[in-house]
Design a protein around this ligand. Sequence first.
Ligand SMILES: Cc1ncc(COP(=O)(O)O)c(C=O)c1O
Length: 450
Amino acid sequence: MDDTKIMLDEKDMPRKWLNILPDLPRPLDPPLSPQTLKPAAPEDFAVLFPMELIKQEMSTEPEIPIPEEVLDLLGMYRPTPLFRAKRLEALLKTPAKIYYKYEGVSPPGSHKPNTAIAQAYYNKKEGVKRIATETGAGQWGSALSMACQMMGLECTVYMVKASYDQKPYRHIMMETWGANVIPSPSETTQAGQKILAENPDHPGSLGLAISEAVEDAATTEGTKYSLGSVLNFVLLHQTIIGLEVKKQLEKVGDYPDVIYGCVGGGSSFGGMAIPFVKDKLAGKEIRLVAVEPTSCPTLTKGVYAYDYGDTAMMAPVVKMYTLGHDFVPAPIHAGGLRYHGDSPLLCLLYDEGIIEAEAYHQNACFDAAVQFARTEGIIPAPEASHAIKAVFDEAVRCREAGEEKTILFNLTGHGYFDLAAYSDYLAGKLVDYELSDEKIKETLVNLPKV
Ligand SMILES: Cc1ncc(COP(=O)(O)O)c(C=O)c1O
């Protein structure tokens, strides 16, 4: 009988992150200053991030050692298990093998503390006292609240108002870890005040919450900003996921034919895929598929262009697939996938044809997630349900073609704080949103002219 859980001992946890920047087929286009639209110097980022993270953002070292203090905290929940989804395989009557890496075992319930702990550590080391950030669905805010508490830092989280109202338990969780949680848009910042003056009932968006957190950090002494996705150093910290998976699959003598992961800003997908991207660049055959919502189809329908990372045009301008910085995605339940852009690193890999992308509607994703919960037990985060739907389709294709492929996906988090979304799905109340080509054209008119 094959094992259901493939585990690693704590001593087998990877001790170095994998940096893919030196292996890219072409260099990344430089980030631009949002004020001048000229290439930004490392000092331009110093108001937002500690120097060590800025160095990691641009590093050409192939590997970066994980500090002992970070390893010690990661050891609270890492290595995370790799599961063989035997009951799901049986349900789908597929000859394929399905594995999933489960990141929901971390205290906040997702992969996000992998970088939150590292970021809090480097901030503390450079004397920072307080960190400001944003959160959409609440997973990132929870992860950073916990990490700051453990590193002795203060933490302020601007939480997208729609999520703040929809998910009270998420902000109570952050507050339990000692954070100050502010619904966004807020009166605390100029960016928030401007939006509230136009529309006092604005539901908020991730792009806007980023603007508030960036403004807070840039204008408050002793405070820096922290981002839970998109940046190279965030993907770097998340490579611990893929590095562990490789060791786990080696234990059972397997290697994936195809990897699926959901994509919001791209950190969990990048973290899982990058060690395999390295193999692919060295000639190995493997498909790497990013899965996004049809209502926020950044990779599948966006344009590859320079754009602002936030709504108020304060964050650096980066080359990425984008739907436009003032695009407000429809209120789907996978809040963590509602971002207008994507990691520039992943976008380059997509542009080069090294990774692929697919998009699905939320009803189809919840349908797959419920079947997953009924066979494998875990109730998935709505974000992760996108990868699950794609895996269902792949497993069915394998059944029809009689192919014994090895499929791997990233179960990035659990959905135990998302039961209102499951309730809507079970009651048949979930709406699917299609984004028309006209609407996309409209949201792209404000791209910066560079
Ligand atoms: C559980 C979960 N998965 C995935 C994501 C998407 O983010 P990323 O693409 O950076 O992994 C989020 C974001 O909040 C999340 O909470």
